[in-house]
Design a protein around this ligand. Structure first.
Ligand code: SAH
Length: 251
């Protein structure tokens, strides 16, 4: 055993939603590695090296982390939300699988975090109370026709959908196309929620129906939740309704 590598999920934003285990892994690391805005969420510590990087270089970042761990460092790679959901943990294991044998002798630990879908669901009520499916709309790592195929298959099968990476400057039209693909397979009244920057200072929740959902409500900090035919809305006077999916469906 040489160094150690922890892949740490920071949670959705609020400090209170970072686990004590994550805080401990960050505090004891000699080196922090990650997308610069995520590193900014970790308070600086004297003597700790910080290696910020661009968002698109995940594999390079993973190899860098593994190299540092091989040199005996205690490295923490940070991800937002959960480290294994559309995040750095898979990039690290892709690098390990293709990399030198000594990387397999490292002590690698994945430290889980609260994923955006759980933080968003908690703000809305209980939309993930029955079967659901998490999909990334990013077509960087898979072809767009496959994204559409999975979306339509999951919605047709009755899963509630939690959509990550629904929109960004580089991904301007995909969410609109995704909603258009879902309209023929789900009732027009199906609830759609745009949960942006959940648990951060600029959090915003927009509720719509599939018929009138406006893809412009999403940006790169938005989790889009699309109900199933079973998802219910409980109206409340003067405030946001609850959205929930009952635990059971009829046979
Ligand atoms: N590992 C992360 C997901 C990274 S992919 C996790 O488990 O949450 C990045 C996407 O996550 C964003 O495009 C957005 O869809 C979602 N996301 C991350 N933080 C969020 C937050 N605080 N509120 C809403 N969505 C968020």
């Amino acid at each position: 055993m040489t160094g150690q590598l922890a892949i740490v999920g920071l949670g959705p934003g609020a400090a209170a939603l970072q686990t004590p285990q994550a805080t401990e892994a960050l505090a004891t690391a000699t080196d922090l590695i990650g997308y610069a805005p995520y590193l900014d969420r970790v308070p600086p510590r004297p003597g700790q090296a910080r290696h910020g990087s661009d968002n698109r270089v995940e594999l390079e970042r993973a190899r860098h982390a593994l190299d540092l761990a091989t040199q005996g460092r205690r490295v923490a790679v940070v991800s937002s939300g959960d480290a294994g959901v559309f995040a750095m943990a898979s990039a690290v294991f892709e690098a390990v699988e293709a990399g030198p044998a000594e990387w397999r002798t490292l002590d690698i630990e994945v430290v889980p975090g609260i994923s955006a879908m759980f933080a968003a669901a908690a703000r809305l009520g209980a939309p993930l109370g029955h079967d659901f499916c998490a999909l990334s709309l990013s077509d960087n790592l898979k072809p767009w026709p496959l994204v559409l195929h999975r979306l339509v298959a999951a919605a047709s099968a009755g899963f509630v959908l939690a959509l990550y990476n629904a929109a960004s400057r580089a991904r301007p039209w995909q969410l609109g196309a995704a909603l258009d693909a879902l309209r023929p397979v789900l009732p027009p009244a199906t609830p759609v929620a745009f949960a942006t920057a959940v648990t951060r200072a600029d959090e915003a929740i927009v509720l719509a129906s599939l018929a009138d959902a406006d893809p412009a409500c999403a940006d790169m900090r938005t989790l889009v939740l699309i109900g199933s035919a079973a998802t219910r809305t409980i109206e409340r006077p003067g405030t946001q309704p609850y959205l929930y999916t009952p635990r059971s469906v009829a046979a």
